[in-house]
Design a protein around this ligand. Sequence first.
Ligand code: ADP
Ligand code: MG
Length: 708
Amino acid sequence: NNNSNINHPQLKPNLVNDNHKSDFFSRRQKIEQQRRSLPIASVEKRLVQEVRKNDILIIVGETGSGKTTQLPQYLYNGGFCRDGGTIGITQPRRVAAVTVAKRVAEECGVELGQKVGYSIRFEDMTSNSTRIKYMTDGLLLREALLDPYLSRYSVIVVDEAHERTVQTDVLLGLLKGVQKKRSQSYSESNNDHVKANNGTLMKVENNGQAPHLGRRLNPLKLIIMSASLDARGFSEYFGGAKAVHVQGRQFPVDILYTAQPETDCLDAALVTIFQIHLEEGPGDILVFLSGQEEIESIEGLVRENLKKLPEACQKLLILPLFSSLPSEKQLKVFTPAPVEFRKVILATNIAETSVTIPGIKYVIDPGLVKVRSYSPDSGIESLIVVKTSKAQALQRSGRAGREGPGKCFRLYPESRFEGLDDSTVPEIKRCNLSNVILQLSALGVDDIIGFDFMEKPDRMAVIRSLELLYLLGALTDEKKLSDPIGHQMARLPLEPNDSKALILASQFDCLEEMLIVVAMLSVESIFYAPREKLEESRTVIKSFSSPEGDHLTLLNVYRASLEFLEKNKTENGKEKAEKNLRKWCKDNFINSRSLKHARDIYNQIRENVERMGLKIASCGDDTIQLRRCLAASYFLNAALKQPDGTYRVLANGQIAEIHPTSVLRRTKSECIIFYNLVQTTRNYVRNVTRIDYLWLAELAPQCYALKE
Ligand code: ADP
Ligand code: MG
C-alpha cells in the first residue's frame, strides 16, 4: 500500500490543476505572495550589498526563513551571474538539493535543469544554461578534482553548515584554499592588465585564467549559511568574517514531555499520532524517526489502526520522507492535504533543518537520531541510534511554530532533556575518515593532520583510516595515492571498500555481479517486512534467498526483478511494465522504491567503471568467485563463529549476532563477511555472506596470517 496516496481520489485535482490557465496564474500569484512574506524578503537589498562588499559572508537564520530558496535568486538578480558564472549552493543532503531546486525552478517559472538545476551523486539535472545550481557538498568536492579553481562558480553557498557533516567540513577547508588561489590569480592578472595598458607588456592571455576557460577568473564569493546560532565558530574559522542574522518568525511552541521514559518508542509515537489526530485541532503532524525501517513500520501500523476508526476519522494522509525516497515522492510532502485531511509526515532527520514543510503544527520527537559512529580501536564504522542534542531537540520543536502557535510532544521525561548534550558532535569526529583522506589525496593534500579543518579529526582515527587505505592498496608507503588502484578508487563515487570491490571484481571476472551487489547495498532495506506479516514475508523472500548469504540473495532479487520487467515490457509496454513491477514488488515484500533507486545507482556506477576501462565480465553461476572477491574486498569485516553461536569480528574481537533479516540467521556458518554493523540494544551484523576462512589468509595476507 505504498501507493495508496497517489490513488487517493481527492489528490487528483491538485495534480491536474496546472493545466488550467487561471489556476496556473493564481498559483504563480500565490508563490509570489509566499516569497514576499518570507522573513528574508525584507533584507534582500542588504544581503546583496553585503555579498558585494564581503568575499566571505556568514548568514544565520531560522529554518524556514527563506535562506536556501531565496538567497540564490537574490544574488542572480543582483548580477552575480552576469559574467557567465554560476551560483553553486551545497546541501549536506540529496533530498534538500532536489526538492529545493524543483521549488526554485518553479518560483522562477523555468524548467528544471535550465536556469535552475541540481546535481547529486547518480543524478545530474543541469545544463550549460544553469546559473543556480543546487548540489550535495560531496558533489562539489568531486568537481574540485576536475577543476581545482572551481572556475565556473562566481558564488558558492555552503548551506546547512551547522550540520557539520564530514563533507561540509572538508569543503570549508578546501574552499578557503580555492578562494585564496582565485584572489591571487585575480590580482596577478589585474597587474598584467595595467602593464598591458601601458604598452610595456603585451602577452597577458593566459595569466591567472583557468586554462580551459576564455574568461578571467573573478574572486570567488563564499557564503556560509547556518540555522543554529553558532555563527562565531564559522566567523573565527574564516578570519573574523562578517555574519548577518536574518530574523525568523517563530510562534510559541508548547513543549510536552512524558511522565515516564518510554520503553517502545515506535509504540509511543503511534499512540501520540492518534491522540493528536483525534483530540487536537487542525494542523499537520511531523514525526521524527531514526530511519527508513522505522518509518515504514510505523506507516504500516498507522494505516492498519486507521482502518479501525469510524470513517469520519480516517482522513489522515500518511507521507514518508527519507533520503532514499524517489524525489517525486519526496515532493508530495509539500502538497497541501485535501480538504478536511490531516497530513502526518514520517520523516528522518532530514526534516530537522534541510527541508521546510508548510502546515506543520504538531511535532512528535522521540528524541533519537541515527548517526555514524567510528571506533578507531576497531577501525569499524557502525550506525547507531543515539539521543539527540539539546540543539537538535530545539530545532525539531521549532518546526511546529512556523505558521502559528504549535505543540511539540517529546517522548521522554523532562529530566532527560536537561541531561542532553548541548550540541551535536561534528561528524568528522565520529566517522571513518578513509573516504575523506582518499578525496583529499586526490586533490593533492597529503598531510591530513595538517589540513585546515575547522575542527581537527581524532589523530587515532586518521591513523586508522590511513591504515585501512593502505591495506586496501589505495595508498603507497609514502601515503600517496597508488597507481592505478588509489586513483581509480578516488574516481568512483563510493566508499573505499565498495570501490575496491568493483576494481577487484574486474580481475575476478565478476564485475557484472558486483555492480549489482554494490548498487543493492547502497540503498536501505530492499525487503519490506511488515510486523504483522513477518512469517508470510519470510516464506516469500525465501524464494530469492541463497544459502551463501545476503549478497547473493540481493543479486537474485535484482535479477528476478529485471527478468520480470523485461518480459513484461515486451508484452505490455514500458509504462505498464513498471506498474506491474511495483505490484510484483509488493507481492514479494520488496521495497519498490529501494529497488528503483538501486537500478539507478547500478546504471551510474556501470557507466563509471566503463569509462575507467574496467573489464565487465560475469562469473555466471560460479558463486565462489563472487564470494572470494567479497572476501578480498571486505576482509576487515570478517567474523568467526563462537561456540555460543555469536560471532567474533576478527579485526577487533567485538561480539555480534547475525541480524534477524539475514538469510544466514539460522545457518550459522563458520566464517562470514558482513557489510554493516548496527548497534541497537545488541550488536548486529547485516548483509552477511558465508566465506572460507582460508581465503582471508590467501586474499588478504596484509591482514591475516594462518596460525600454526
Ligand atoms: P530556510 O533555508 O531558511 O530554512 P527555505 O528557503 O528552505 O528556508 O524555505 C522557505 C519557505 O519556502 C518554507 O517555509 C516553505 O514554506 C517554502 N518551501 C520550501 N520548499 C518548498 C517546496 N518544495 N514546496 C513548497 N514550499 C516550499
Ligand atoms: Mg535551508
